[in-house]
Write a new protein. Sequence first.
Length: 674
Amino acid sequence: MNDYNAPPQLARRSTIQPSLVWLGLLLLGFGLRVYQLPAQSLWYDEGVSWYLTGKSLPALTVWTADDIQPPLYYYLLWGWTRLAGTSEYALRFPSVFFGMISVPLLWVTARQLLGKRASWLASLLLALSPLHVYYAQEARMYTLLTFLGLLSSYLLLRLLKNQSPNLQSSLTWAYVLSAVAALYTHYFAFFLLAAHTLYALYAGWLQIRAAGKSRPGTSASVLTLTSLAIPIAIVVLYLPWLPFLLTRYGIDTSYWPGSLQIGELALKMFVAFSLGETVTEEVGIWLAVGYGIILLVGLVALVGNEGRVKSNEGPERNHLITRSSSLVFLLLYLLVPVALILLLASRTPKFNPRYAMLASPAFILLIAGSLSSILGQRSRLKFSILRFIPIAALIYILVTSVYSLQNWFAPYRVNQFNKADFRITAQIVRERIGPDETVLLNSGHMFPAWAYYYGWGGWQRLPDIEILDVNAAIDLSVGDQLERLLHGKGGAWLVRWQNEVTDPFDVLPLYLGTLGTQDDYGQFWHMELYHYKLGPDARFNLEGFITQPTRADFGGQVQLLGLRQTSSTELILFWQGMTRIEADYTLFVHLLGPAGQTLVNADHLPPRPTHEWRPGQIIPDRVILSLPPDLPAGDYWIEVGLYDASDPSLPRLPLGDGSADRVILPLHLPAGGG
């Protein structure tokens, strides 16, 4: 029965009930996204967002031109903070807003593609999505990017319908502007536009096939408009920023060279789309299996129910959107961006599932469509127990989503999914630092998040960089800089974050721990904090730090500068790359007795593979000697060299003069290694 033939009381009830459901979904999505919004510390990326709000718009633009994200999100945040301030709540609220308004936008998109029941399911799943809740609580551009990608996708579907010329023109410009806005938000929006182009061509082919030939009017004009006019308009509007995109991806040095396994990345992305970032990998993989089963069964049911979608849009009902074309659209929406991002990650090994978040609405729509199709099969299931399977599938998704969410909202002190805690680290230093002490940031690019909580004075960044650059990693040549920074200081606080990238050889702890007295303040959720008391005689220049200098050239590729014995069982070798090294060498270190016999074998791989050693880089190598307990005190020797363990037939790397393949240095040991 249609509503206009229903009794007034029933008609009002049928209108009020969906409105209440809508209100409930919006409140649910909003409540989850603002709950404990300022509880977590800002981490590095969010610190950058705050840092850019303090710049002028021209300076902000210049900064983002050198970064890996374009400026639209930062422009919006810049304007917002002029009204709302820069508290953690205010900085994150735009992400909440765009995440919340994506819920009704997903509803209308699902209604057009999959029907009424799937639209309600999709809205519910998005409101509860652990992935979307997580990034709605981060002062970054990912919910804006996802919203703009979804908006442009919805507008494309509307554009491919028979519309009046005026409406067609309005939709065209709306699509162009939303697509360009997405491109000015994140470069990966290009991948979604590639999916749009493929679907537009597919839709045009469907129109031509349905007509039997290309006919004048709307059908032909849609194909022409989509395949020619719209891309041209997008390129023209994006042209001012295109040179920065090409330049930045040609010089991006924020990752180590190498390769990533596409299969592992795809699995990681599937787990993130299903359960977000707040489940452990072991648990997430098993729980994601359930999502895979629901998708497979639901897609079979979806394909089996071929027919037109009842969009309830009156005279503008979409004559193109069938179950099969809906499925094609959603698969392109999901798979094309994901595949292109994975392909890019395999060549430039820098990846996080959030990079593909713009494709996640398609995943949610596929899950909703699958659940809707499975639920639609209940009446055909003869056995009563089987009739509960579709309900069980829905309950499974809801329960696992709640499980992931409660991991995120768990008490702060025990939540293993917390972000790097710059807040508490800065607070401890600020409360305890002495007047003659300074702070060293071992990842110089972390300074925005640090300055947000600590302030702009009293700290030094090492390396001195604004944007992560793996080629600027600290080596032992930093000693001269430490000598200047710490001259006359009675102590130093070392703040470590991402030190595996910026200080992979642990140079700063080595210098400070060897020449000072360490107080270990431990870790604070991805952060490390140490305090060192420095004596007046502490000198950090490299020449004074090496106690047994030598100059041994191995094959013209690397030289041994000397060693320092830090304890009876530990010594440090000092290496310097001379040229780009192709092989990955193993270092051999043997303790020799007075008669030349080998007492201890300490062969090992260096802290970073030798093919990553840059020419001129000075690298420390810690060596632990497992000494026999009955070893008498006395004078011994160590022999040092390099060999390629991947090919035992190759000789050891010879000394430059060809006289030998090892260096032998004296070493004094106390009794028993103690």
